[in-house]
Design a protein around this ligand. Structure first.
Ligand SMILES: [Zn+2]
Length: 631
């Protein structure tokens, strides 16, 4: 250990806030990282990735019309001044500010910065005499049924993302410390109020999601009391009467974890916090619990469009927000609500945490599946919000759910979380590692990175993906240098062609291809992914009376029949396929808002299918994704 690190080690123990703040300015807190576990992959710095091509408009549309458009920041802050009018209403501010801050990480847009600075300063003016930022009066804190702790989770997450990505304002750090210390003063081991006695849901799991912001604040400050509180949350098990973490560790099916209401979104939020706790403690037990839950969700819950949870058959009364053995049940005709946008976005975030920890490419298969189908398929055409739940067959989008009208704007949890999913796309698209850059997503774009020798370099990704499967990557180091470029080969791409400067390379699906060589400016990687259209047979759930359904997927894109262009959209068909593939023919879309359209061969003649995401059902029209098979 060097003298300097010994010095820092000592500093950690006694550091007053002022010195922490001074050091924060010096080096962006990087040496303050208390991680015991080194991540396999690291995000690139703010502003390093720029996306254009297929997804560019989705990001811009959401940012312009939600975070920089209709979001009623003043109304959100007033909830802390005047009190909430319904439970959990105080979550709204933090959710809007964290997605705004993640978008700022991507765009560095000065107008967005002003909006965020102004609302953060407004929020800080609501601090109560005991240091809390809370929608509950001090005499009512901690306010269980109101959702006080859940709301404060989002106050902290919003402030943390703002502090990390937008402005290292010492007042913001102090406000987070005061908020967290106030939670510690009121909540904890007896005689304090138990965290599992706080909340509105049957097992109160939502209160324990404060684990994530507590761990992030521990990383920012080094204050042991936050790690101690995190340990308390983890040992308590995350819910009243159920140890969620140990149930996950024991490979319990997600739809049975936590008793009568295995709430998908909150469960994954808790495990996002557990990944931070694992990083700080290095205890493999927690990693195993995370990995077991991840594997069980991806195999038992995630549907063809990359999201999960539903109402039938297991949890009819909870609005489609619970795990439901959804991978198996996804064609169950009794399902009325499934796949909450909050759940999909949190799944994407949990996958990105696991990706950073382990470098497992299957997490990116999951993320990509959600981006190109569930996530972009849930956004309102005007960019000013998201569907709450989503269907595969029926009316795809449905904005009804928890929320309220704030300053004339209909705000739901899903309107607030959808943009966070979009803001995560550039965060995930290209990462770095000690060996060199990692290309996860193939949307067109550029990524600046530092080579292992700390020289500046850039990747230019030119492609129409996922309309096309051909990707050209130009490698632009400042001078020749040996390093490894990792390329994700999607698990669905069974016949991939990869060439480096014209020379063929062997690859296998579901892995990272590691290209370890000396790279010179202008070196070319040509990747041709297997875009043959796959036909999938529906799993047999609990309520399928001998009927059969199939679905078509091309690359990462799920196809669907769209009532807007096809009156027979839900009629049984017999699709002509060979060896699991269907020869679909790209055609010019019938509607200006449709991105991809194909002619699909069936025994009854050709029919049109389009990408699931761009189908517009906000007009009450229907979609058919799992196609009933004609006998
Ligand atoms: Zn939601």
């Amino acid at each position: 250990m060097s003298t300097m690190s010994l010095f820092r080690q000592k500093l950690k123990i006694v550091l007053p806030v002022k010195i922490i703040l001074a050091m924060a300015f010096l080096d962006g807190l990087s040496f303050f990282s208390r991680a015991q576990v080194r991540d396999t992959f690291m995000p690139l710095p703010a502003g390093a990735v720029h996306l254009h091509g297929y997804l560019e408009n989705d990001l811009e549309n959401s940012l312009a019309h939600w975070n920089m458009g209709v979001v009623p920041y003043g109304g959100f802050v007033d909830i802390f001044r005047k009190g909430r009018s319904f439970f959990a209403e105080g979550e709204m501010w933090g959710k809007a500010v964290r997605s705004g801050s993640m978008f700022y990480r991507y765009t560095h847009d000065s107008t967005l910065k002003k909006i965020l600075q102004s609302t953060v300063s407004d929020l800080l003016s609501t601090r109560r005499a005991n240091g809390s930022i809370s929608a509950s009066a001090i005499s009512k804190q901690p306010d269980g049924p109101g959702g006080d702790l859940w709301e404060r989770t989002y106050v902290l997450l919003g402030l943390e993302d703002y502090y990390t990505e937008v402005s290292k304002d010492p007042k913001v750090l102090q406000a987070m410390i005061d908020e967290a210390d106030n939670v510690l003063a009121e909540t904890g081991p007896a005689p304090k109020v138990s965290i599992t006695d706080q909340g509105w849901s049957p097992n109160h799991i939502e209160s324990s999601t404060i684990l994530e912001p507590m761990m992030r604040l521990y990383k920012l400050t080094g204050y042991k009391r936050y790690l101690d509180f995190a340990r308390y949350v983890v040992q308590t098990g995350g819910a009243k009467g159920y140890n969620i973490i140990e149930e996950a560790f024991s490979n319990e099916a997600p739809y049975k974890i936590g008793g009568p209401y295995p709430k998908a979104y909150e469960m994954m939020s808790l495990f996002e916090g557990l990944t931070e706790y694992y990083r700080a403690t290095g205890n493999d037990h927690w990693k195993q619990a995370i990995m077991n839950l991840y594997q069980n969700i991806r195999t038992k819950e995630i549907t063809i469009i990359g999201n999960g949870g539903g109402d039938q058959p297991y949890h009819p009364d909870v609005y489609g927000e619970a795990w439901d053995n959804t991978a198996l049940e996804q064609t169950n005709p009794d399902i009325k609500r499934m796949m909450e946008t909050c759940a999909g976005v949190t799944w994407m975030k949990l996958c990105s945490q696991i990706l950073r920890l382990t470098g497992d490419p299957s997490t990116v298969d999951d993320i990509e599946k959600y981006i190109y189908n569930g996530l972009t398929g849930a956004m309102k055409p005007g960019g000013d919000g998201f569907s709450y739940v989503n269907l595969l067959n029926g009316v795809k989008t449905n904005p009804q759910g928890w929320g309220g009208r704030i300053d004339g704007v209909d705000v739901t949890c899903c309107n607030l979380n959808g943009p966070m999913g979009l803001a995560y796309i550039p965060f995930v698209a290209v990462m770095n590692s000690v060996a060199g850059p990692v290309i996860n997503l193939y949307n067109a774009g550029t990524a600046a990175f530092l080579t292992p020798a700390q020289h500046e370099a850039r990747l230019d990704i030119e492609t129409g993906y996922p309309a096309s499967g051909t990707v050209l990557i130009k490698v632009m180091p400042s001078s020749a240098e040996r390093f490894t470029i990792r390329l994700r080969i999607p698990s669905w791409s069974k016949a991939t062609v990869l060439k480096v400067n014209g020379k063929k390379q062997a690859v296998s699906p579901g892995t990272y291809k590691e290209l370890d060589r000396s790279w010179s400016p202008g070196d070319k990687i040509e990747l041709t992914l297997d875009m043959r259209c796959r036909i999938l047979h529906a799993p047999h759930g609990s309520n399928r009376a001998g009927d059969h359904f199939v679905a078509l997927v091309r690359g990462p894109v799920v196809l669907a029949r769209d009532e807007n262009i096809d009156a027979h959209y839900n009629q049984p068909v017999h699709i002509l396929s060979k060896d699991g593939y269907v020869k679909v023919k790209p055609v010019k879309p019938s509607l200006p808002t449709t991105r991809l359209q194909f002619l699909v061969p069936t025994k009854q003649g050709s029919m049109m299918m389009v990408d699931y995401a761009s189908v517009n059902n906000w007009n009450g029209k229907h979609i058919c994704t799992w196609l009933p098979e004609a006998p």
